[in-house]
Design a protein around this ligand. Structure first.
Ligand code: ATP
Ligand code: MG
Length: 416
């Protein structure tokens, strides 16, 4: 199976909105072993959508179109597809009732425009949208699968994962390629490869490495029927875990923040932060995760010296003697955060995000990260190259990895 992606929307062409749908779909398809042949963005325009569709249908077996299923006159995806396939649009009574219910629940009558969203292409399967008014459509036409999905990413993603992917997998039948990603932290790409080479033999071609900041995504590919592919992947995964198990924090869509959150929740532990150069990014990452109030007590962005001294209570002498960007300041920040918020763990991050250095003339990108645990305080010094955003992101990422390590050690201690 080969796929084409078409994202429809003027706002994508002007750059007003970042095209995230194509990335999402490509990743999902890729991990199911379906390569994307071409992925394009077209305007809300009958001619453009139709010519893109024509091309895609010539070359690929699966064509996914996102966007342009809305209620307004400029939403033309349905009409374009119907015209290309030479099929009529019919009214779905089912979805019309659904729309009436949705608007009733919102407390007003359905605008006449929205009726358009109950139009389905003859012979298509309606893909229910639990998060919006535009349903998706799936058409199996002359050996080709055409899928229309609404543009808003959270609507599109749910429909794709719940309804489209299972259909495609089933349709694809016995032959498939599966990919499992092991998420690693603490080893560079080449160090990782070096260690894994020891597995040796014919298994190595099934592996690929993708570095993202300090993390490496290690992808294992298996093909065959579903069982052979799974068995093969599991077997390689096991061998890899034996060698680098400690460096693997998760799989597939897991994030470092998510894995830390899981550890905190499952052991009933809490966290407080004191961030300087990361500007609250770590707090942001942690509060993106549902249920963060269960472990995240709060954080202070102690950016200036006076915030560190007066709000956070870092010893004046430490600041004067060692400076704001120093191991002792990071440790004091972590410990004060932990103390003031009565948390089990505290993190302190201080560094120089640049582009200019501070009075101390320390190099740009110098960052100290401290993690205060029940058992003591650990601190590490990093030198990060890159712009301000990169420095913030890497610092936050590294802090999460240090916290994860501290959490695992603490839990091990308690269990002894
Ligand atoms: P609606 O019923 O909301 O109009 P729709 O299916 O017509 O849905 P569009 O009008 O194309 O979808 O897009 C609606 C919104 O969805 C856009 O304003 C944009 O915020 C988001 N969106 C659409 N396509 C994409 C995309 N490829 N990547 C990210 N966001 C997108
Ligand atoms: Mg729209």
């Amino acid at each position: 199976l080969l796929a084409d992606l078409i994202c429809v929307g003027n706002e994508l062409l002007t750059g007003l909105i970042e095209n995230s749908n194509s990335g999402f779909l490509a990743r999902r398809l890729w991990s199911t072993g379906i390569p994307v042949r071409e992925s394009i963005v077209v305007a809300d325009n009958l001619g453009s959508i139709k010519s893109a569709l024509n091309r895609a249908l010539e070359e690929s077996d699966l064509v996914i179109v996102t966007g342009g299923l809305g209620p307004t006159d400029d939403d033309l995806t349905r009409e374009s597809v119907a015209s290309i396939l030479n099929l009529p649009l019919l009214v779905s009574e089912y979805w019309m009732n659904k729309l009436n219910q949705i608007f009733l629940a919102r407390g007003f009558a359905m605008p006449q425009n929205n009726l358009k969203q109950a139009h389905v292409i003859e012979g298509s399967v309606l893909l229910e949208n639990k998060r919006g008014t535009a349903p998706g459509l799936l058409i199996n036409h002359h050996e080709k699968i055409i899928v229309l999905l609404p543009g808003p990413p959270h609507e599109m993603q749910l429909i794709f994962d719940e309804l489209v992917l299972p259909y495609i997998v089933k349709h694809n039948g016995s032959k498939l390629t599966k990919v499992k990603t092991l998420k690693c932290f603490g080893l560079g790409e080449s160090a990782l490869e070096e260690k894994i080479k020891k597995i040796g033999g014919a298994d190595l071609p099934a592996l690929s490495y993708v570095a993202r900041g300090y993390e490496v995504n290690l992808q294992i590919k298996g093909s065959g029927d579903r069982y052979t592919a799974d068995a093969y992947i599991n077997q390689i995964e096991q061998k890899i875990r034996e060698i680098i198990g400690d460096f693997i924090y998760g799989k597939d869509d897991d994030t470092l923040a998510g894995s830390v959150a899981e550890l905190l929740v499952s052991h009933n532990l809490t966290l407080a932060l004191a961030e300087s150069c990361s500007g609250g990014l770590l707090s942001d990452l942690l509060t993106d995760i549902p249920g963060s109030s269960r472990y995240y007590k709060g954080g202070l962005v102690a950016y200036s010296r006076s915030a560190k001294q007066n709000l956070l209570g870092v010893d004046k002498e430490i600041l004067e003697r060692d400076g704001e960007v120093s191991e002792s300041t990071a440790q004091a920040m972590a410990e004060q955060a932990r103390l003031l918020l009565l948390a089990d763990f505290g993190i302190g991050i201080t560094g120089i995000a640049g582009p200019e250095s501070d009075a101390s003339q320390s190099p740009v990108g110098l960052v100290y990260i401290a993690v205060a645990s029940p058992g003591g305080c650990a601190c590490e010094q990093l030198t990060i190259s890159g712009g301000r955003r990169v420095i913030k992101e890497r610092a936050a990422q590294y802090a999460l990895a240090m916290l994860r390590k501290a959490l695992i050690e603490t839990v091990r201690e308690v269990q002894k």
